[in-house]
Design a protein around this ligand. Structure first.
Ligand code: DX5
Ligand code: ZN
Length: 219
């Protein structure tokens, strides 16, 4: 199995020192930037939008993994492509015509991801898994950083790994929410390819070393 990708979530960065924090991630062993876009409708919180993403893109030297927690994401696919998103993930629960949405994301030149809320079963992906580049399993209820990891995520990761194998799909499995050095290895062993970590990285006394520790743990 290949090394796990680590994607620090910029939501937990210090926005007064955003460039400093982006440069920290650039210089670290992290693989991607995870970008949380919240609209205050799909989730009970508003994060940041296009001008901030533009500023991140200006300094970031690693791929941008954009997680849309918004209703009707189709409206903004071209905008996020223009802003430099490499992976664009929409929520299963927010898309009536998911297949069409995924085609549009790929058409715009990005990798297409789908995120599942903690209550949404893996089985809903059976008919769409071969169209996906990434599945993001929410291991907290989306909307806020710094929440407690939901333990049933291990079992869901296992189930998803089995579905991916059964359908011979080329899909990265990403885990988002409450990731720390206490669950990282178990998540990798359950089948995770990408681990998002917000508060665990940016809340640490030494974020660069914390990223390194997560990489070493999941090698
Ligand atoms: C939650 C977001 C996460 C969040 C993770 O809605 O999707 O990406 O930033 O933060 P932590 O790692 O603090 O749970
Ligand atoms: Zn996220």
């Amino acid at each position: 199995m290949s090394a796990t990708l680590i994607a620090p979530s910029v939501l937990a960065a210090d926005f007064g020192n955003l460039q400093r924090d982006i440069e920290m991630v650039n210089a670290s062993q992290a693989d991607w930037f995870h970008i949380d876009i919240m609209d205050g409708v799909f989730v009970p919180n508003i994060s940041y939008g296009m001008p901030v993403l533009k500023a991140i893109k200006k300094s970031a030297t690693k791929p941008l993994d954009v997680h849309l927690m918004i209703v009707d994401p189709d409206r903004y696919i071209d905008t996020f492509a223009g802003l430099g998103a490499d992976v664009l993930t929409v929520h299963y629960e927010a898309c009536t015509h998911l297949h069409r949405t995924l085609q549009a994301i790929k058409q715009a030149g990005m990798k297409a991801g789908v995120a599942l809320n903690p209550h949404t079963p893996i089985t809903v992906l059976e008919s769409i898994i071969t169209e996906l580049d990434l599945v993001c399993l929410m291991s907290v209820n989306p909307g806020f950083g710094g929440q407690k990891f939901i333990e049933t995520t291990f079992e869901k990761t296992n189930q998803l790994r089995q579905l991916v194998a059964q359908k011979n799909a080329q899909v990265l499995i990403e885990i988002d929410g409450g990731v720390t050095s206490n669950n990282a290895l178990e998540l990798k062993n359950a089948g995770a390819d990408v681990l998002v970590a917000g508060s665990f990285v940016f809340g640490a006394a030494d974020p660069t070393n914390t990223i390194k520790d997560l990489k070493t743990l999941t090698k």
